[in-house]
Design a protein around this ligand. Structure first.
Ligand code: AHR
Length: 334
């Protein structure tokens, strides 16, 4: 390289260094990281016990996403209220903008919710309810009418089985949850109103498939299904996952669901609705889990300084072979 070329090279290097320095000193302030503008939401979720719960979590995650302007701190409680209380304390310490609580059980929320109220964080209750005297301890609630769900199931049993005697196996959800309380109440009213309905078995299967199967295996082993041929055997299962377990137990014992035993289920998840089409589940009462957009809407109202309704009940329906098609199942969101 000639001396002239070397000199030109050094000059170009110096020039670009100067340009870079001046650019750095006059560069505008970086905008704040988008993270800082997100609305923070602490969500205490019951657990992962059922298809319903998985669909509910997915709905919340997609509505309260970063793209929609939210930072969601999702915590699972494995169906334990103690864990939910710990998580709520964590949300207070973090200073989240909103707390969303899907309560495991109805009772025992006074102390922790008083602490949340003192912190000034609004609380939205979702899915199940809480039983509390001082309603100012939460901002609003959105979820299902579980008593109505139980009533719907019993009305269908009355219409379908007319005056025939029933032998009922009752698989309950986790005791003390609104879903269990409402659906059990529905059945209890039916039992009271019909002398020829017998409650042969009642136990909690905690809304899980494994426990549903275990319980029905126990029922079969103990000979609690009526084999006289004069009585209709009914499994009243308080959610779809316990119904899947019940079907497995029946088939293992050589029994045919829909023929030897009729299953009444709750949730209406797509897997269960396909079992309705196959005749293995006789009737499935909907419990709608798609609360994400509903909760987002409530938060938006609160952000705008509005007062949303204290209670919002979701409209729900029920399915048998009479009103169900594969097309309908595929258009539903879960
Ligand atoms: O609270 C809703 C209930 O909880 C659903 O019926 C059940 O599947 C879930 O675990």
């Amino acid at each position: 390289m000639t001396r002239k070329a070397k000199k030109a090279g050094r000059f170009a290097l110096l020039l670009s260094l100067l340009l870079c320095l001046s650019a750095c000193s006059t560069a505008p302030q970086e905008p704040p990281a988008p993270e800082e503008k997100l609305i923070s939401v602490g969500f205490s979720q019951v657990g992962t016990e059922s298809d319903w719960r998985v669909a509910n979590t997915a709905s919340m995650e997609s509505a309260l996403s970063a793209e929609n302007g939210y930072r969601l701190d999702l915590r699972y409680a494995q169906q334990k209220q103690e864990q939910q209380i710990v998580d709520l304390y964590k949300f207070i310490n973090q200073g989240v903008d909103y707390i969303v609580l899907a309560p495991t059980t109805e009772r025992g929320w006074e102390t922790i919710l008083s602490r949340v109220r003192d912190s000034g964080i609004p609380v939205i209750i979702v899915d199940r309810m809480i039983e509390i005297e001082d309603e100012s301890l939460f901002t609003c609630w959105v979820g299902s009418d579980f008593r109505q769900e139980g009533k719907t199931a019993v009305e269908w049993m009355e219409k379908t089985f007319a005056d025939q005697p029933l032998n009922i196996i009752h698989l309950q959800g986790n005791i003390g949850s609104s879903a269990q309380i409402g659906r059990t109440e529905g059945l209890d009213e039916g039992l009271k109103a019909h002398d020829n309905w017998t409650l042969a078995f009642r136990q909690s299967g905690d809304f899980t498939q494994a426990k549903g199967q275990e319980l029905v295996e126990e029922v079969i082993e103990k000979g609690l299904l009526d084999r006289s041929g004069n009585t209709i055997n009914v499994i009243y299962s308080e959610n779809d996952n316990m119904s899947y377990g019940a079907i497995d137990a029946l088939k293992k014992a050589g029994l045919t669901p829909g023929k030897d035993v009729y299953i009444i289920s709750f949730d209406a998840a797509s897997t269960a609705l396909r079992l309705v089409l196959k005749g293995e589940i006789a009737y499935d009462v909907e419990c709608n889990p798609l609360h994400g957009p509903r909760v987002k809407n409530l938060i938006e109202q609160l952000k705008e300084g509005k007062t949303p309704p204290k209670y919002t009940y979701v409209e729900e329906t029920a399915f048998s072979q009479d009103n169900l098609t594969e097309e309908l199942i595929s258009t539903r969101g879960y």
